[in-house]
Every structure is written in structure tokens, then in C-alpha cells.
Design a protein around this ligand. Structure first.
Ligand code: GDP
Length: 431
């Protein structure tokens, strides 16, 4: 989603303008210098186009920075925005601060729209030609308060936004899953069990794009596209392929899938090979369900032991969805479809920008970044840059400790339920 940043001195009417763009009143508190806002980023929409409005005035600079507040805003805006709205009060001449900010904005090469606010009538409009002197091109007259010129401004903003990438619709048809695990964990047995439950394994159905080595399998009341089942259903001797070849094939299956079931043998210790397969899923950014098979062999002792192993060996994926199954007895095999669906739903989850930032602002206020070398970098705002898996970008005033990023990720997961999916967080410190 493209970002539109609103920059300007206090009292030029930034908040009123943001409200006007959002099409509602009182969304943002009054533009009084020094007032903390609870949010800085908002979801906006105009004629079907969605964009994020960032109110840079919402970043309350600390006392030292307050003097150069507008310069700071301009700097952040040029770092983060696709289009900058530079707002001036048309009823008074530009100040030296305005000029300094303009210089920075022009250097950045970002598209800047010069918004001449408080043009409540034709008389004031007649006087704005002096704003050409700022060198930002034609001043765009509006009255944020009365709405004069607002629609035209929105049209102009849309025209300046980068081309909308057409949203790639998810390939229709069954969800693509990979069933992976080291030899002998019970993959073929589980597949047979799943397929037999509903007696419907269909290969290469006419008119679908299923690869010859793939299968369509019905279980849990729906059809799944199971990737690379050739190796599962034929009784391939495990000695036939090198481990290297097997691992390439596993990786290819994961890459081709949307969600992977990593099958582990609950009766044996979690091995390095198991770990390597889990790593492949994480690195491919696929949704993940961990299934512990052969649960019929797990007694009290082993269960206790396994609990400790999971804590130690799987601590990097506390977010994975785990199910305990038995391909032999069919135990909990019906839990797999709901687990896969849950993981996929979270894999595709999009958090609205406003909601995300409301939560983030509270979080970083409550637990700010620890002080490093006399300063603590601040997290300014976040956007979700993508899904499948969810990707977030944190805009900050400096580099963050990896530990702090992990903290933000943990809290993000607590708040928005990303069970079953990796999430990516990128930190963009302003320079
Ligand atoms: P794959 O190599 O992962 O496809 O594993 P297989 O499906 O060939 O299973 C390996 C062995 O484990 C076979 O002897 C299966 O009968 C056995 N097995 C598979 N699932 C289970 C289970 O849930 N419980 C028990 N006790 N044995 C199982």
C-alpha cells in the first residue's frame, strides 16, 4: 500500500487535512504543538484506491528536537513516503523553517504536492501565487476545514502515487500442501490413512494444473493439492536416493506448497535432519504444521521426555501449530485439516495500518527500546508490506537491537494471532 506523508509546521492545518482525507471528523486530535497523538498512520481510500496517510506531526519530537520538528518530519517523510504533502498556511508568508524543509524535500527527489491550506475564499486564492517561490511547483489551494478543493487534491494525490500493482489473486483451486519428513516417520502411511478416510485419491485430474507427481486428496471435507506425492505413494526404497537428492526434493516440495506438514516420529528424538526440514519451511516462508506421528507408541515416560525435547529443540518455532497423530490408528488425523486452514489463514492475514499503529504506539510507549550509547532509537510507525507470509516494516530513528525486534515480533504475535506462520520484520532506520 503506498504511503502519503503529511508534513508541515504546527497549526498549518495538518490534522484537519488528514481528517478531510479520511473523510471523517475528529479522527486526529487538534494540531497543537506538543500534543501526543495516539496514532500516526491511517488507512485511506479514494475512488477505490487504498493508501496509508502518515501524519508526521504525530511524532512528538523530544524537547531538543522540537525546534527542528519540521526538518525531522521532512526527513522521515522522504525516507518513507511515496508522495509527500507539504502543507503551508496560505494566509501567511512561508517561514525560514518552511524553506529549509522544502530544500530537503526537493533534494530527496520524492514527488511533493505543495498544499496551500486555509484558502477559504477566492480572495485568498488570488494571493497564493507567491508560493511558487518555494520551488515546489504549483501551489494547490484547499480549505481543509470547509472541504474546498479536497476532492481535487485527492485526485492529484492518486495521480502522483506509484502504479498500483494488480493484486495477484491466489491461484484458485485446492490449497497446495507438502507432506515432508525424514524417511520412516510415516509419511506414506499418513497419506494412505488420510486418503482412505474419504476414499478419494485422484491423480492428474483433467483441467487442473496438478503436476503428474502431485495428487489431489480429499480429507477434512475438502480437496487438497498434495505436492510431490510420487515419492510417497510408490514404495521407494530409502536406499535408492542419496540423502542429498532427498533433501533437494523435500525443498522443492516445500517451495511449491503454501503450507507444509512436517512429520516427526514422536517415538524418536528430534533429530538434526528433522531440524533441517523445519529450517527449509521457515526459510521458504511457508505456513507450518508440525505433526508428531506414531503417537500410539508414546507412553507416559516418552511423553514427558518429548515435552522437554520440544521446549529445547523447537524453541525457535513457538508459533508452530502442533498435532499428535497416529497414521496407524487414525488418532487425531481429523485435526490436520483444521490445523492447515488455521495456518493458512494466518499466513495470509493483513493487519489494517491504523490498528497496527495504534497497538505499536502503545507498545513502544510502555516498553521503549533500551538506551544504547546515550540514545534510544524510537520506533516511529509500521506498515504491513505483504502477506504469505506476513511482512512488516518498522520505521525507526535508528538501528534496533535484535532482541528488541524479537520482542516486537512476540508481542505482535500475541496481539494478532500469527499461529502457524513465520513473519518477517524489516527495520528501516532513517538516515
Ligand atoms: P515414510 O518413509 O515417512 O513414508 O514412512 P512409512 O509410511 O513408510 O512408515 C515407516 C514405518 O513406520 C512403517 O513400518 C509404518 O508401518 C510405520 N508407521 C507409520 N505410521 C505409524 C504410526 O502411527 N504408528 C506406528 N506404530 N507405526 C507407524
Amino acid at each position: 500500500v503506498p504511503i502519503v506523508a503529511v508534513v508541515g509546521r504546527p497549526n498549518v492545518g495538518k490534522s484537519t487535512l488528514v481528517n478531510r482525507i479520511l473523510g471523517r471528523r475528529q479522527a486526529v486530535v487538534e494540531d497543537v504543538a506538543g500534543v501526543t497523538r495516539d496514532r500516526v498512520a491511517y488507512d485511506a481510500e479514494w475512488t477505490g484506491r487504498h493508501f496509508t496517510v502518515v501524519d508526521t506531526g504525530g511524532w512528538l519530537p523530544d524537547a531538543k528536537e522540537r525546534a527542528k520538528a519540521i526538518a525531522t518530519q521532512a526527513e522521515i517523510a522522504t525516507q518513507t513516503a511515496d508522495v509527500v504533502l507539504f502543507v503551508v498556511d496560505a494566509t501567511i508568508p512561508p517561514t525560514a523553517d518552511d524553506e529549509a524543509a522544502v530544500k530537503m524535500l526537493r533534494r530527496s527527489g520524492r514527488p511533493v504536492i505543495l498544499v496551500a491550506n486555509k484558502v477559504d475564499n477566492a480572495r485568498i486564492e488570488g494571493e497564493i501565487s507567491s508560493l511558487w517561490g518555494l520551488g515546489l511547483g504549483e501551489p494547490f489551494p484547499i480549505s481543509a476545514l470547509h472541504g474546498r478543493g479536497a476532492g481535487d487534491l485527492l485526485d492529484k494525490i492518486l495521480a502522483a502515487l506509484p502504479e498500483a500493482k494488480p493484486a495477484v489473486p491466489r491461484e484458485a483451486g485446492p490449497r497446495r500442501i507438502a507432506l515432508v519428513g525424514r524417511p520412516n516417520v510415516g509419511k506414506s502411511s499418513l497419506l494412505n490413512k488420510l486418503a482412505k478416510e474419504e476414499r478419494a485419491v485422484v491423480d492428474s485430474v483433467a483441467g487442473t494444473t496438478v503436476d503428474p507427481v502431485d495428487s489431489l486428496v480429499d480429507f477434512g471435507g475438502e480437496t487438497w493439492h498434495l505436492v510431490d506425492t510420487a515419492g510417497l505413494r510408490k514404495r521407494v526404497s530409502h536406499a535408492s536416493g542419496t540423502e542429498y537428492y532427498a533433501s533437494l526434493r523435500t525443498n522443492a516440495a516445500i517451495e511449491a506448497a503454501e503450507v507444509a506438514i512436517v512429520l516427526l516420529d514422536a517415538s524418536e528424538v528430534i533429530s538434526e535432519q528433522d531440524q533441517r526440514i523445519i529450517t527449509m519451511v521457515i526459510e521458504s516462508g511457508r505456513a507450518l504444521v508440525v505433526a508428531f506421528n506414531k503417537w500410539d507408541l508414546v507412553d507416559e515416560d516418552r511423553r514427558h521426555q518429548l515435552g522437554k525435547e520440544i521446549e529445547r529443540e523447537l524453541r525457535r518455532i513457538p508459533w508452530s501449530i502442533k498435532v499428535n497423530v497416529s497414521a496407524l490408528t487414525g488418532r487425531a488425523v481429523d485435526k490436520l485439516a483444521p490445523a492447515l486452514n488455521k495456518a493458512l489463514e494466518n499466513w495470509e492475514r493483513r493487519v489494517p495500518t491504523g490498528q497496527l499503529n495504534q497497538w505499536l504506539t502503545a507498545l513502544v510507549q510502555q516498553t521503549p527500546h533500551p538506551i544504547r550509547g546515550g540514545r534510544a532509537p524510537r520506533v516511529l510507525f509500521a506498515t504491513q508490506a505483504g502477506v504469505s507470509p506476513p511482512k512488516f516494516v518498522l520505521f525507526t530513528t535508528g538501528v534496533l537491537d535484535p532482541g528488541y525486534v524479537r520482542f516486537v515480533e512476540r508481542k505482535l504475535r500475541e496481539e494478532f494471532d500469527f499461529l502457524g506462520t513465520p513473519i518477517h520484520i524489516t527495520v528501516k532506520p532513517r538516515k
